[in-house]
Design a protein around this ligand. Structure first.
Ligand SMILES: Nc1nc2c(c(=O)[nH]1)N[C@H]1C(S)=C(S)[C@@H](COP(=O)(O)O)O[C@H]1N2
Ligand SMILES: [Mo]
Length: 313
């Protein structure tokens, strides 16, 4: 199979023209916000011809071959936009992302609701390349653009009582067809323990490849936790709440026996309906062995010292 290199694909090829133009404007606007702080390493170069190599890379970046841009943006799970893997891309225009604001509340010194632009303004965005492997049987290598969640949380001042972080996705049943059905508890929710949330690998993503996050991947703000299964990646986040008690999560609520709170990638813990020993990376023919913590054991295994990961899966 011939796989196109990402730089050979213009976003216009996969995006309706008006949406594409709006994205380019957004890229330019973000550029202004970041100006001064990080012009040299700006991850939104605002040029379609920009190459990945031109911008700053995270120390955690992988050199593994990237998944084709087209696969990353047309093979998705985003049940608000439909349950078929192709639905989120097809229904992308139904997700209204402008204006967008995010509430940060709960156990923080300064709770606030901020327009997205203000939330992003102080964060010199870096290009970070991570492997994200999704739950079930597929995996991808995606060049996320984002910043550590820790940078954002510290700004709001977690209190001494904060032990967990809860993420809430958009609730907009008037526009999102999936929210008319109770496939999951709406709005979609996810959660992390505070130390997981503060780990430098945990990102809030605002883009992938060299463009603003497409709707189907969770525009405009989406969680990326590289050592956990894909479903931990709450999309289109509107609220981040620090809590003392462990928060509920959409998948754990829907099927507690199948999806635990931690959801660490773990080849030794089978899902009740399938083995988790191997995975098929999108674009590859042969399955590969799944690595503990998705290959990030050196960085994150310490977070779980003393825990029985077969029980706390
Ligand atoms: N709001 C919301 N976030 C979501 C989902 C969803 O249905 N709604 N699906 C999750 C699941 S099951 C997966 S595997 C990943 C898929 O992310 P991707 O489409 O960018 O690969 O998003 C996660 N985040
Ligand atoms: Mo998933």
């Amino acid at each position: 199979m011939l796989i196109k290199r990402p730089t050979d694909i213009s976003p216009a090829e996969v995006t309706p023209e008006p949406l594409y133009r709006r994205r380019r404007e957004f890229i330019r606007d973000l550029g202004w916000l970041g100006a001064g702080a990080a012009l040299a390493t700006l991850p939104f170069p605002g040029r379609a011809e920009a190459r990945l190599g031109d911008v700053a890379r995270s120390p955690f970046s992988t050199d593994e071959e990237l998944t084709d841009y087209k696969a990353v943006t047309t093979y998705n799970n985003f049940y608000e936009l439909g349950t078929d893997k192709g639905d989120p891309a097809r229904n992308a225009a139904m997700l209204k992302t402008e204006p967008w604001s995010v509430t940060v509340d709960g156990e923080v010194a300064q709770p606030a609701t901020l327009p997205l632009e203000e939330l992003l303004a102080p964060h010199p965005l870096e290009q970070r390349i991570y492997r994200l492997r999704c739950v079930e049987a597929w995996s991808m290598v995606i060049p996320w653009i984002g910043f550590p969640l820790a940078d954002l949380l510290k700004r709001f001042g977690p209190t001494a009582r904060a032990k967990y972080v809860a993420f809430t996705s958009i609730h907009d049943p008037a526009n999102l067809p999936g929210q008319l059905f109770s496939i999951l508890e709406w709005p979609y929710s996810e959660g992390l323990r505070l130390d997981e949330a503060l780990h430098p690998l945990t990102l809030l993503a605002v883009g992938l490849y060299d463009e603003v996050l497409p709707a189907q991947n969770g525009a405009p703000l989406r969680l990326v936790v590289p050592w956990k299964y894909g479903f931990k990646s709450a999309k289109s986040i509107v609220r981040i709440t620090l809590t003392e008690a462990q928060p509920r999560t959409a998948w754990n609520t829907q099927a507690p026996r199948e999806y635990g709170f931690y959801s660490n990638v773990n080849p030794d813990v089978p899902h009740p309906r399938w083995s988790q020993r191997s995975e098929r990376r999108i674009g590859e023919f042969f399955r590969r062995d799944t690595l503990p913590f998705n290959g990030y054991a050196d960085q994150v295994a310490g977070l779980y010292a003393g825990m029985d990961l077969k029980k706390q899966f």
